[in-house]
Design a protein around this ligand. Sequence first.
Ligand code: G3P
Length: 218
Amino acid sequence: MKLFIDTADLKEIETLAAWGVLKGVTTNPSLLAQVDGDEMSIYRRICELVDGPISAEVVASGRAGMVEEGKRLAALHPNIVVKIPTSAEGLAATAVLASQDIPVNMTLCFTAPQALLAASSGARYVSPFVGRYDDIGNSGIDALREVVEALLGFDSEVEVLAASIRTPIHVIEAAKMGADIATIPPKIFYQMLEHPLTNIGLEKFNQDAAARQARQAG
Ligand code: G3P
């Protein structure tokens, strides 16, 4: 499973990109609202920082507007993926963009039927939201599994991109069930990395290495 980062914060992307683990980036209007700067410049900079699919979401609501905005976004960089919400207008816009070889990430997907429609419209990625399904008392992980299984036999290159990830457990469950990608907020990357036994073990290694060096020197 590939790991993407879910943020528009350039500092966080730069830091996590330096770990060498990022295979792509997803953004959305809410994430962009948390940062300053012109969004086109932000997308361009993200494309410089990470060599992989970079999702940029349309804010237009009608299909013609989505198509026009999607083309403008896609023209920014070959790695841009146009993110479009799951709706009748979104499906229609996706079909148009896909027919012009512009990749689409269909977002705000919660169910397997929605995912099948997205895949059938030509979406390259479909993004089931795990955490937001949990928020309303359902199992986001069970819903994600339904999507993964429903698309198993689908005759296209569509990839399941697990989104709205809130815990490292979400990431692991997505990986175990065979989701293609998880897009992960920065703070979850740090939670994935940290373990007290790793820190304790490293401290002991450092102490022992220093003790040995002192003994050799003396
Ligand atoms: O990629 C979609 C994701 O950002 C939504 O996450 O935490 O706002 O539900 P969240």
